[in-house]
Design a protein around this ligand. Structure first.
Ligand code: PBG
Length: 324
């Protein structure tokens, strides 16, 4: 008798499919990005990212309240400073835009919202690179001190999690040491461990005014062709003290997410980046696609690959769709 095994039995109806569902996306998996711009007093929509905004400081409290009310557990903050310089000194100014935004959010919602801050220099440097520059080269070790200073200033402002996205070698250890010395031993480090030199970041650079003035980021971000290298990066970051490791971007790197989760079994984040978001928005403008279903399918695939948490510009839309 053939077929003996009928796979369709378990697909018969919604309830049966629900019983055997392997991956369930929930609001608890989501992190919503937030851009705070020091130079504006009204929100500005980001041209290449429909429905995403740069917010003035005066709007971050309301945004935080909205995110909490949608049941999203965390935000990740990016700052756009008024002044940029060679060393990105606004990044570690205790009264810088991110530090002030963290204080406003924490004052408004306290522990109802986990505040993650991105640790990087590219939004703060005049040249747009993620470190100190000498003869058009990004210097690794002198950059580490600055990254540690940024992390401590964010922790002082009240950040729960700091997320270094610069890809310098040794930054997790240097941030961990600096945090511990300043008595922030409970501040969590989520490292952008396997961050690729991806073409999918273009809308973000537009949003955060962080495009490099010369060259590219291939001297510090990973080659898009490699995945053994991602294993090494993650191994090193865990050794140096990372609590959560991240793969970025997500969709073209589902295999990397899968490998890392299988290999290390540590909390793993995925960043569903700006270009991935903008492509769906562009398709929605051109054709009558079911955007909600596409978002749900994409986020579920990232979770199925092994991500425990997903940073996504679709977080608010997804939270509206999800019941839990
Ligand atoms: C900063 C940083 C970038 C992103 C997050 N942190 C840009 C970059 O590396 O150029 C990209 C996020 C996105 O595209 O959504 N280094």
């Amino acid at each position: 008798m053939f077929p003996e095994k009928r796979m369709r039995r378990l697909r018969k109806n919604e309830k049966i499919r629900g019983l055997v569902k392997e991956t369930c996306l929930t609001k608890n998996d989501l992190v919503s990005p937030m851009f705070v711009d020091e130079s504006i007093d009204q929100r500005i929509e980001i041209g290449s990212m429909p429905s995403q905004f740069r917010l003035p400081l005066s709007e971050v409290r309301d945004e935080a309240l909205e995110i909490v009310s949608l049941g999203i557990p965390a935000v990740i903050l990016f700052g756009i400073p008024e002044k940029k310089d060679e060393k990105g000194s606004e990044a570690y100014n205790p009264d810088g835009i991110v530090q002030r935004a963290v204080r406003e959010i924490k004052d408004e919602v306290g522990d109802d919202l986990i505040v993650i801050t991105d640790i990087c220099l590219c939004e703060y440097t005049s040249h747009g690179h993620c470190g100190i520059i000498e003869n058009e080269r990004v210097l690794n070790d002198p950059t580490l001190d600055l990254l540690a200073k940024i992390a401590v200033s964010h922790a002082e402002a009240g950040a729960d999690i700091v997320a270094p996205s610069d890809m310098m070698d040794g930054r997790v250890a240097s941030i961990r040491m600096a945090l511990d010395e300043s008595r922030f031993e409970d501040t969590i480090i989520m490292s952008y461990a396997a961050k690729y030199a991806s073409a999918f970041y273009w809308p973000f650079r537009d949003a955060a005014e962080s495009a490099p003035e010369f060259g590219d980021r291939k001297g510090y971000q990973m080659d898009t062709a490699n995945s053994d290298e991602a294993i090494q990066e993650v191994y090193l970051d865990i050794e140096e003290g990372a609590d959560i490791v991240m793969v970025k971007p997500a969709l073209s790197y589902l295999d990397v997410i899968y490998r890392i989760k299988s290999e290390f079994r540590v909390p793993t984040a995925a960043y569903n980046v700006s270009g991935e978001y903008s492509m769906i928005k562009a398709a929605a403008k051109l054709w009558d696609i079911d955007e909600d279903k596409i978002i749900h399918e994409i986020l579920t695939s990232i979770k199925r690959a092994g991500a425990d948490l997903i940073i996504t510009y679709s977080a608010k839309d997804a939270a509206r769709l999800l019941s839990i």
